[in-house]
Each structure stands twice: as C-alpha cells, then as structure tokens.
Design a protein around this ligand. Structure first.
Ligand code: DCP
Ligand code: CA
Length: 401
C-alpha cells in the first residue's frame, strides 16, 4: 500500500480552525512575503494554485484565499501520529517525508477480510483520530501503488489487481510516473512519447542511450515492474538547516548570527542522533539565485556547535570575499556521519570541554526551550525573528524546525 495524506499542511490547519474547511487555503506564507506555496486546498487548486508556485502569483490568481504561514512542529506532531497508526497495521512500514508511507501489508489483510477492507480500516482510523483524509493505493509493487494513491485523490482508495499493472499505467500521462520531472517530461514529449504505455514499448536501448541508467529504471516502472522492498528508513546521511532572508542581505553580523543559529540546530540534531560528523558544508544563494556549496573536511570528527559554526564561518568569509552580491539564502549542513568513539586529541582537552558544554546546553534547552540559553551571537536575531518555544521562527515557518 501507498498511503498519502490529502493536502497535508492545509488539512492540519483546517482541523485546528474548522472555519477554513471548504475554502481556498494556502500554507507557505503571507501573500506579500516572498516564498512559495507549500500546500493548497482543492478550492485554491481550482484557481490554478499548486505547490512550489510563488506566493505573489498565488495571491494574484486567488486573492480570496486565506494565506497561512504555518508551523512545522504542528505538522511533525500530526505526522508522528499518522505513522504510529500505520505501524499498528503492519510492522513493515517505510515513511517517506511527513505525510506519505509505504506499508507492506502482505499477510495482515486476512485480519480485515481483504486488502481493500484493510485500507478502509486504515483510512477510518486516520479520520477518527486525526480528522485527516488519506488516499491509499494498493498494488503488487511500490511504483504502481504510488501512482494509484495519487490517482485516487482526494479521500481515495484504488486497488490494482496483480497482473494488471501495465494495463493500469498504459493510458496515463508520463507526468504521472514517479521520477519523471519537468525536464524528462519535455524530452520524452519531444520524442513523441506522451503516455506511460508509449514509454513502455520504447526499445530499452533507446531509453538507455537518452537517459543512461535512469532510462532503464523508467522502462521498468513504465511496465509496472519494481522490485524495491518496503524498507524501514535508513539512518540519515546528512543533516542540514537553511533559511531564506526576508530581504537579501550583505550584513555580516546578520549572516554570522543566522549561521550560528543554524549551526546550533544542526549540532543539536546531530547529538540527538548520537552521531559525529566529518564534513561541514555551507550553502549560499545570492540575489540572482546563483547557488553555491562549499565543503570542508574536518581533521577529527566532531558534534559540537562550535566546530560546525567555526568551519561554516571560514567557508562563509572565503565565499563573501569572492562575491559582491547580497545573500538570499544561507544554509549549513554536516555529512559523512560516523558513530561516536572517535579518536581523542591527546594534546587538546578543549574539545572535551566543548562537548560537555554542548551536552549541558542541550539539557537546558530540552527543559526550557531553545532560546532559554543563547550565545551572544544569536541574541542579535531576537530583534529580527519571532521567538517561539522551539526557537526562532525563520522565514518559512511551515518548514522551520
Ligand atoms: N510540501 C512543501 N513544498 C512542496 C511540496 C510539499 O512544503 N513543494 C509540503 C506541504 C505538503 C506536504 O509537504 O502539505 C506533503 O506534500 P504533498 O506533495 O503530498 O502535497 P499535499 O499533501 O499538500 O497535497 P496532496 O493532496 O496532493 O498530497
Ligand atoms: Ca499529501
């Protein structure tokens, strides 16, 4: 089964404020702010709105819509409850993002009578306990189940019988096949391929020569062949945080303060997962949308805010020296994660002291909130970003965690 919540961010807002039900609603930000639509209700979609559309365009097309900034912790809570419900139905659960999951239901359906009835029971529990609507696709493999759930929306349920995978897919537009983005779609249409059926009868060699290894995957998917297992999520390979500024900026102290704050969020996440990082990456997007990333590999792995920030700051200073434009977005991430049990630096006990400091700060923050204890640097953000219990609320509250 592939289970996907309908208009997720919007639906959560509508549960909290039922007056918004049945109306055009957009989550992502206020219409005068920059940024994009994260989630749009069906009433808003009727005016042409969709995820990823600039808020300014959205408010022009649908001025009567209610625009909500949203807040990530609400969606994370709903997501956790959603996944917990699914886990009651089968232990073979693979969450994808916040509002989507694959469930291998094989064998468990006998408890409910049939696969279809099991899906009805899942939808009902989600409705009863969360007041949310889920759409469910049932098929013998992941790709077909995903296409089915998408096609069944909203509040849908669609089962594709075994053996009918390719005839189910054949009439659908190639845009419906997972993995095919705007660019691939354009190329395929250029080749005269508009439906999944047409794609499925392309010679494999032709697809390979146009798209390489991805061509083969596309070919298999188009034929309803997918042997990917439903797997529990693997451990994160990297952790990062980024934010767009309300206004492009060259203000060094604002850039540094924001970098410090984001580094602390990354560090806290890293320590919570009991991981150490080997590589630190800075991301910058300039006013003209040019985006750069700069990485540095640490001599010793680390999990301290200070190391992440110091490394990020060096990369930032170097990058700013080479670029005159103001900055639109800043981000910091760590990768190459390892288990702790790192080599100690015998001559330098300062690392250990930093680690102790970070642990103490983590405990205070868990108890009293993120902004309860701060460095002088992030204090500057007090006047710029609203403070909530979870920390500062950056530019896109619906995604700010
Ligand atoms: N999201 C986002 N930015 C995007 C796409 C999605 O922030 N470009 C967030 C908001 C969505 C959530 O992720 O509510 C789930 O994404 P979906 O693509 O599943 O979109 P919806 O749940 O909003 O709509 P649908 O009913 O089509 O699933
Ligand atoms: Ca969804």
């Amino acid at each position: 089964m592939h289970i996907d919540l309908d208009t997720f961010f919007v639906s959560v807002e509508q549960v909290l404020n039922p007056e918004l039900k049945g109306k055009p609603v957009v989550v992502g930000g206020r219409p005068d702010r920059r940024g994009v639509v994260a989630s749009a209700s069906y009433e808003a979609r009727a005016s042409g709105l969709h995820a990823g559309m600039p808020l300014s365009t959205a408010s022009r097309l649908c001025p009567q819509a209610t625009f909500i900034e949203g807040s990530f912790p609400k969606y994370r809570d709903a997501s956790q409850k959603f996944m917990a419900i699914l886990a009651d139905f089968s232990p073979f659960l693979e969450p994808v993002g916040l509002d989507e999951a694959y469930l291998d239901a094989t064998g468990f359906e006998s408890i409910y009578g049939s696969m279809g009835q099991m899906a009805v029971a899942i939808k009902q529990r989600i409705k009863d306990e969360l007041r949310l609507c889920a759409s469910v696709g049932i098929a013998s493999c992941k790709v077909v189940a995903k296409v089915a759930s998408e096609l069944s929306k909203p509040d849908g349920l669609l089962e594709v019988a075994a053996g009918e995978e390719s005839s189910f897919l054949a009439p659908l537009s190639i845009a419906k096949l997972p993995g095919i983005g705007k660019k691939t779609e354009r190329i395929l249409r250029g080749l005269g391929i508009n439906t999944i059926g047409e794609l499925s009868i392309m010679p494999l060699s032709a697809l390979k020569s146009h798209f390489g290894a991805f061509g083969e995957l596309m070919y298999r998917f188009a034929n309803g062949i997918d042997d990917r297992k439903v797997e529990p999520p693997s451990a994160a390979k990297s952790i990062s945080r980024e934010t767009t500024f309300g206004k492009d900026t060259k203000d060094r102290s604002l850039l540094k303060a924001t970098l410090r704050y984001l580094s602390e969020r990354v560090g806290a996440d890293l320590r919570q997962r009991s991981k150490q990082a080997r590589c630190v990456t800075l991301k910058l997007r300039y006013a003209d949308f040019t985006t750069i990333t700069r990485s540095h590999t640490l001599r010793l792995t680390s999990d301290t805010d200070q190391t992440i920030f110091d490394t990020g700051l060096k990369l930032l200073n170097k990058a700013l020296a080479q670029e005159k434009q103001p900055v639109r977005l800043i981000g910091i991430g760590v990768s190459n994660l390892t288990e702790p049990g790192r080599q100690l630096d015998m001559l330098d006990s300062s690392t250990q002291r930093l680690e102790q400091l970070n642990r103490a700060i983590d405990r205070i923050r868990q108890k009293y909130g993120f902004t309860a204890i701060q460095t002088g640097r992030t204090l500057l953000l007090k006047d710029i970003f609203p403070e909530t219990e979870g920390g500062y609320t950056l530019h896109t509250p619906s995604l700010s965690r």
